[in-house]
Design a protein around this ligand. Structure first.
Ligand SMILES: Nc1nc(=O)c2c([nH]1)NC[C@@H]1CN(c3ccc(C(=O)N[C@@H](CCC(=O)O)C(=O)O)cc3)CN21
Ligand SMILES: CC(C)C(=O)C(=O)O
Ligand SMILES: [Mg+2]
Length: 277
């Protein structure tokens, strides 16, 4: 089934779409075994696993490196890959060639592009070239230096109207779904009702057709401060910190490795090498 068909079926049957952002083989395996509907190889990988302070330094090569690992870990799960900063808005030609490169190298089901009215013609061109596209409006982290921070979007009447126009332009351009990031819940609910394509929310309330969260946020794994919209379901930071500290202590104490972690050699072999002492 195409990703578009799957998304439309879930929307029409009112079955919420569960999406997780993941970046590597083990996390993809975990998402697949947990029946995640879609794995997003998000450019948030720049912040979460590469340690950048924004998503701006993420490259096509980074996306390919992580995207391929995710596909190996989750061969049976739908995947969407983010087009990184400046890979789709320099020129239409560049956008198409970059989409081609990502789509051929990773073989995902769709690509995702941040932006609304401004990128709609690009979304249409890429879609017509044969690559399904997911839109992304509201807080678009690639614009953090213009927006002035990671803040809720669409709170004023002017901003809310623009957001609605952006989402409609994406729908019109043929986008298969649209991510709503950090949008007031009641605005997201209205928009979800109005659009014919599914909305996938992050910080956009429960009325969206689906939800997306970052794997490392769900698990409190590596990330320190969690945005307000995150529900964490585990605390890997605490478990990992305790575990690694215990390992370091055991090495210093020589209580690790123990007998059961070591390999044996016959006496006569050792004698042959070092003599009869
Ligand atoms: N780990 C992680 N999770 C994400 O969801 C995520 C990333 N990284 N990196 C890329 C973007 C950046 N995102 C962010 C980052 C911070 C906030 C944040 O701190 N927001 C404030 C809201 C302030 C307000 O306007 O009221 C918060 O307190 O939640 C929101 C989205 C979402 N994306
Ligand atoms: C948070 C989601 C929507 C995203 O774009 C990412 O993980 O990069
Ligand atoms: Mg992203």
């Amino acid at each position: 089934m195409t990703i578009k068909r799957m998304l439309m079926d879930k929307m029409n049957n009112q079955e919420p779409i569960a999406m997780v952002t993941a970046y590597d083989f083990p996390s993809a395996q975990m998402c697949e075994s947990a029946n995640t509907d879609i794995i997003l190889v998000g450019d948030s990988l720049g912040m979460v696993v590469l340690g950048y302070s924004s998503t701006i330094k993420v490259t096509i090569e980074d996306m390919i490196h992580h995207g391929k690992a995710v596909k190996r870990g989750a061969p049976g799960t739908y995947t969407v890959v983010d087009m990184p900063f400046m890979s789709f808005n320099v020129s239409e030609r560049d956008a198409i060639m970059n989409a081609k490169e990502l789509f051929q190298a990773i073989e995902p089901d769709a690509l995702k592009i941040e932006g609304g009215v401004d990128v709609a013609p690009t979304v249409e061109r890429i879609t017509k070239a044969g690559i399904p596209v997911v839109g992304h409006v509201g807080l678009t982290p690639q614009n953090v230096n213009v927006l002035g921070g990671y803040r809720v979007q669409g709170r004023t009447e002017a901003e809310a109207k623009q957001l609605v126009e952006d989402a409609k332009a994406l729908e019109e351009a043929g986008a298969i779904a649209v991510v709503l990031e950090c949008v007031p819940a009641r605005l997201a609910a209205k928009l979800t009702e109005e659009l014919s394509i599914p909305t996938i929310g992050i910080g956009a309330g429960v009325e969206c057709d689906g939800q997306v969260l970052v794997y490392h946020d769900l698990l409190q794994y590596g990330v320190s401060r969690l945005p307000k919209f995150v529900q964490s379901y585990a605390n890997f930071n605490q478990d990992a910190s305790e575990a690694v500290s215990r390992y370091v202590r055991d090495v210093k104490n020589k209580t690790f490795p123990a007998e059961e972690h070591t390999f044996q050699i016959k006496d006569e072999v050792l004698k042959g090498v070092y003599g009869g002492k």
